[in-house]
Design a protein around this ligand. Structure first.
Ligand code: HEM
Length: 440
């Protein structure tokens, strides 16, 4: 029989893991709650809680005692892999909670679409985002990231202290140019309206849809899509409603990268040898698959250590068999990414910065790491986002060194914090660097 947690243990999982995730904001982060959870190191406690449950019940899926629902926590990387690789059937990503949340701003998104419409929407995303390879517009996108870093640094003198409030607006200018074209560079309204709808999405079914805000967002987006600017993702789209309905997800998903970017600056500031490696690579113009590898690994490490999609949810459309028994149709499977990524009972460098975990390894399929989920419903934007973000980071540190100012326990040789609030991280940009002759 599939193991079943006691009532007290179920309450522990709900109160110690699920409630903090919801309170922090599943769709857009709430800064004050994130700061509080950093103080309590909520994610590290959550990992320890799941390790205790695995020691007690073994690695099979663990059923929780939730009235009226069949819900199981996945405690083994092999089972997580199965759930993700056997998506969307029988393990559907379009769970009740996700659908309730995302319908606020992206009712046509592939993530909340079940068969028979799913394959068409997935194919459309893959055609535009080009997973598994360097995007054919990659060179242009890299140039855009470089230009936006230059614009940011033009205003940041030697010794300037930067964090989320400086880096993220510059990153969003890059994103709007990549997704919608240069004409959207300064249109903060389109991304602000999306943010407002995402704040509603945090409340899922508990907040009614705001049709007027949605209509304003759609109109603003339509204005940009109508331009179909060459060398933007928008120009690669067919013009029907469903195709255009994928764009809100793309814009929304870049937010995770913005958070990872800020955390990566803190990681590099605290690890001078790694920072120097990223700088050397940038100076030498080295690329693998179009991306600077050390910078890519820094972003991936930020995503491994502090996954931006901590809860990977699937809902089974039929009964599923496990080594320990059968779980009924309708069971929700909860994979907690920090548990797989920071499991120090299984992984020696679980709690330290280890970019070598990513060298020469794919962003998806590098088990047990699932920052982009995995399988047929895994993130199709992963290579694209790593290119844009890796390039942004690389250009930044090619131009300036980084020193830690407020990095909340991110220290070389220390156990890195389980929860890291990106909103208060600050690093100092040192004097402009001069690239060695080789790079000129
Ligand atoms: C660091 C940034 C990103 C991270 C960590 C990330 C992570 C993820 C994860 C974990 C999923 C699966 C979600 C689930 O199963 O509930 C996902 C799905 C998806 N992502 Fe990303 N993503 C990122 C950026 C992007 C970008 C920039 C795009 C598009 C430009 C994108 C497009 C998508 C799409 C379309 C899906 C749905 C796939 C499907 O359901 O078949 N992502 N992403």
């Amino acid at each position: 029989m599939v193991a079943r947690a006691s009532l007290a243990e179920t309450v522990g999982v709900v109160a110690g893991i699920v409630v903090p995730l919801v309170a922090r904001g599943l769709i857009v982060r709430r800064p004050r709650m994130t700061a509080l959870q950093q103080r309590l190191d909520v994610d590290a406690r959550a990992v320890r809680r799941l390790q205790r449950l695995r020691r007690r019940y073994g690695p099979g899926p663990l059923r929780l005692r939730i009235p009226g629902r069949s819900m199981a926590v996945v405690l083994d990387a092999g089972d997580a892999r199965r759930v993700l690789e056997e998506s969307p059937v029988p393990f559907s990503p379009a769970t009740r909670e996700k659908t309730a949340a995302l319908r606020h701003f992206q009712p046509h998104a592939v993530l909340i679409t079940d068969p028979p419409q799913r394959p068409g929407r997935r194919a459309l995303n893959e055609r535009v985002l080009e997973p598994g390879r360097c995007h054919h517009l990659g060179e242009h996108f890299a140039r855009v990231a470089g230009e936006e870093v230059d614009a940011l640094l033009a205003d940041a003198g030697e010794g300037a202290v930067v964090g989320h409030s400086e880096l993220v607006p510059a990153y969003w200018r890059t994103v709007r140019r990549v997704v919608l074209g240069d004409g959207a560079r300064d249109d903060t309204l389109v991304t602000d309206l999306l943010r407002s709808l995402r704040q509603d999405a945090n409340w899922a079914y508990f907040k009614p849809r705001r049709d007027r805000v949605r209509a304003r967002f759609d109109a603003e987006l339509a204005r940009h899509l109508a331009r179909a600017e060459p060398r933007s993702l928008a120009t690669l789209l067919p013009s029907d409603e469903v195709a255009r309905g994928q764009v809100p997800h793309w814009l929304f998903a870049f937010d995770a990268a913005a958070i990872a970017l800020v955390r990566a600056t803190a990681l590099l500031a605290a690890h001078p040898a790694e920072l120097a490696a990223v700088q050397r690579e940038a100076d030498g113009g080295e690329r693998e698959d179009g991306v600077p590898q050390h910078a890519r690994a820094a972003v991936l490490e930020a995503l491994r250590l502090w996954p931006t999609t901590p809860a990977v949810l699937r809902e089974a459309s039929e009964a599923t068999r496990w080594a320990t028994g059968t779980l009924p149709a309708g069971t929700s499977f909860f994979t907690y990414a920090p548990f797989l990524h920071r499991d120090d009972e299984r992984l020696a460098s679980a709690n330290s910065y280890d970019p070598s975990l990513w060298f020469g390894r794919p962003a998806v399929g590098n088990w047990p790491f699932v920052p982009f989920s995995a399988g047929p419903a895994g993130c199709p934007g992963r290579e694209l986002v790593l290119l844009v973000t890796g390039e942004f980071l690389s250009r930044l540190v090619a131009a300036r060194g980084l020193e830690p100012v407020a990095v909340a326990g991110v220290r070389e040789g220390a156990v890195l914090p389980g929860t890291l609030d990106p909103f208060r991280l600050r690093v100092r940009l040192t004097a402009p660097r001069t690239a060695p002759l080789a790079a000129v």
